[in-house]
Design a protein around this ligand. Sequence first.
Ligand SMILES: [Zn+2]
Length: 307
Amino acid sequence: MTIGIISHPDCLLHEMGSMHPEQPARLRVINEALSKSDLKADLKMYEAILATRQQLERVHDIAYVEQVFHASPARGLIGLDADTWMNPYTLKAALRAAGAVIQGVDLVLSGEVKSVFCNVRPPGHHAEKNHAMGFCFFNNIAVGAAHALEQHQLKRIAIVDFDVHHGNGTEDIFAKDSRVLFCSSFQHPFYPFSGAETKNQHIINVPLPIGATGKVFREKVTSQWLEQLKDFQPEMIFISAGFDAHAKDQLSNTALHEEDYAWVTQKIKAIADEVCQGRIVSVLEGGYALDVLGRCVVAHVDALNIS
Ligand SMILES: [Zn+2]
C-alpha cells in the first residue's frame, strides 16, 4: 500500500524569526525521520502544487484573501497578529501548504495512493474565514475539504483534529455546513480559548484537562468521537495532525506520546477502511519539540500504512 507524502522546498523559506517555535526545522526533522524509517519503501514523494485564489475563496472571504496577498512584504517581516508573521516567502509557502491538501484529495480519489500525509507549513487550523492567527494564514485542511465537497461532489467528509489547540478556524468555516463532521480534542482552558462551549451536532469538541495523559485522551476519543465518526459515514477523512500535545512539547501541558498518536491513527484508519475505502488525507498542524516530532510523524504514517 502506497502513502503519498506531499511537501515543497518553498515551505522551508517561510520564517517568523529565529526564536519562533513554528520554524523550518520542523519539516526537516520530519523528512529526515521518514527517510530513515522502515516505511520508506511504501512512501511516494510529491511536490505540492500552489492553491489558486478561487480554491482559497471557497472557505475564506475574497477581501481576506486579497488582504494576505497585499500584505506580502518585499523584505523584512510584517505581522498579521501577535505571533503570525509574513516574510517575502510566506505567501508562496502558504499557497503550497493549501495546494498540498487539494493535491492530496485528488491523489486519493484517483486511487493513485491510498492515503496522504502533507508535510507542510505554515499550519492552517487556526485561520478563520477572514482572520489569520496562531501561526496560520490559510486554513489548509478546510481548503482541501471544500475541494472534495465542491470539485469532487462528495456528500459527507469528516475532519479529525488532535492538535493540542482547538481548531477554531476549521470550526468557524464549517460550523453551518452539516456535510462536515469536525471532531477536535484540545487542552482547555488554553489558546485560543474556544470550543468548549460549542453546541452543534456536527462539531464534536473534546476539551482535555491540563496534564491529560494518553489514557485520558484515549478514553475521551473512544467515548466521544469514534462511534459518531463511524455513524456519520464520511466519504473521506481528513486529519489535522498536530503533535504539540506531546509530553515533551513546550507549548502545552498535556502528556501524549508516540504510541498515543499511533493509537488514534489506527482507530481512524480502521473506520476509514470500513466506511470510505481507507481514504485519508492527513495534514501537519502543530508540533514543536524537534527531538520527538519526527518520531511522532513516523508513528502516525506507520499507522496509516497498516492494512
Ligand atoms: Zn497546536
